[in-house]
Design a protein. Structure first.
Lengths: 112, 112
């Protein structure tokens, strides 16, 4: 079945760039998403990319999509301590895009 | 707009007790979802609904029932709670198109 994989942890220094990676298996994905979860809170959509795009930029966030390798990345420029959170990658399946396939989340720690 | 709200925020049950979790959204979204989140397991879909009066099973439906009598509400019921149902429960809603899901703040449930 479809699967989404992410590394579980990432640690960066404040001010550096963070790159969180995600791989997926479904070649018919329509949308791919990045969500952020702060401690004790629900998930918030950060950004999404349509599968016919290869890059999307939104302020400090850059999403890169490599459809050939089924690889999605989220780059956070000038990472701040407030960016410490869990970041989830998810994809919408073309066959049933009412459900999302979720990665397990990458815990980002930003050190001062 | 309140977005997605969940009631209650916290609950402690004894094994065998029943309870209902309420999710409400004021965005006129067609689709609603119940997830559980456990350490190391990511988000797992329990049940979802694609419209008023309809429900469908997700990947972990056993031990739970749901109802969507009104478009804005999605109820999750536990008929006979078990310690394995100790978790954080999230409700989400979305509209057709990008299927961006909006999450509630979560309900932390402990079953003793």
């Amino acid at each position: 079945g479809e699967d989404v994989e992410q590394s579980l942890f990432l640690s960066v220094r404040e001010g550096d760039s963070s790159v969180i990676n995600c791989t997926y298996t479904d070649s018919s994905s329509t949308y791919l998403y990045w969500y952020k979860q702060e401690p004790g809170a629900g998930l918030q959509l950060l950004t999404y990319i349509f599968s016919n795009m290869d890059m999307k930029q939104d302020q400090r966030l850059t999403v890169l999509l490599n459809k050939k390798d089924k690889h999605l990345s989220l780059r956070i420029a000038d990472t701040q301590t407030g960016d410490s959170a869990i970041y989830f990658c998810a994809e919408a399946n073309a066959g049933n895009n009412r459900k999302l396939i979720w990665g397990l989340g990458t815990s980002l720690a930003v050190n001062p | 707009n309140a977005g997605v709200t969940q009631t209650p925020k916290f609950r402690v049950l004894k094994t065998g007790q029943s309870m209902t979790l309420l999710c409400a959204q004021d965005m006129n979204h067609e689709y609603m979802y119940w997830y559980r989140q456990d350490p190391g397991m990511g988000l797992r879909l329990i049940h979802y609904s694609v419209g008023e009066g309809t429900t469908a099973k997700g990947e972990v439906p056993d031990g739970y029932n749901v109802s969507r009598l009104k478009k804005q509400n999605f109820l999750l019921g536990l008929e006979s709670a078990a310690p394995s149902q100790t978790s954080v429960y999230f409700c989400a809603s979305s509209y057709s198109g990008t299927n961006e899901q909006f999450f509630g703040p979560g309900t932390r449930l402990t079953v003793l």
